[in-house]
Design a protein around this ligand. Structure first.
Ligand SMILES: [Zn+2]
Length: 112
């Protein structure tokens, strides 16, 4: 897949194509909590440590935020977080390949 003589434009097209397939996207972490509810004599709370609930920890404008995630949506959010990690890896790889492509271009150009 990786070409030994790709240009910066080749790298851009590869990255745009790879990113286009990455959806949904999220960054952060999802954690499962068990919280007791407010109902008196709740059988679930009596038997266990409470009701499962998911929290997405993320950042918004540099501030840490936590968002409640219903259990039915937790798998979607987990997939989005995994895609977010892949996106970081793609950007990382793009930087390496772009640098190599720029250097190659510079070497093949006649010196001014
Ligand atoms: Zn309860």
């Amino acid at each position: 897949m990786r070409s030994k003589n790709e240009t910066p434009e080749d790298v851009r097209q590869w990255l745009v194509g790879a990113v286009a397939r990455l959806w949904p996207l999220a960054e952060g972490s999802l954690s499962l909590r068990r919280c007791p509810c407010i109902r008196k004599g709740c059988p679930v709370c009596a038997e266990s440590q409470g009701h499962p609930s998911y929290i997405l920890y993320a950042r918004r404008s540099g501030k840490r935020v936590s968002i409640y995630v219903p259990e039915a949506l937790a798998q979607d959010i987990e997939s989005a977080i995994q895609n977010g990690r892949k996106l970081q890896q793609l950007v990382n790889e793009a930087g390496v390949r772009y640098t190599q492509a720029l250097k190659r271009e510079r070497m093949s150009e006649p010196r001014k």
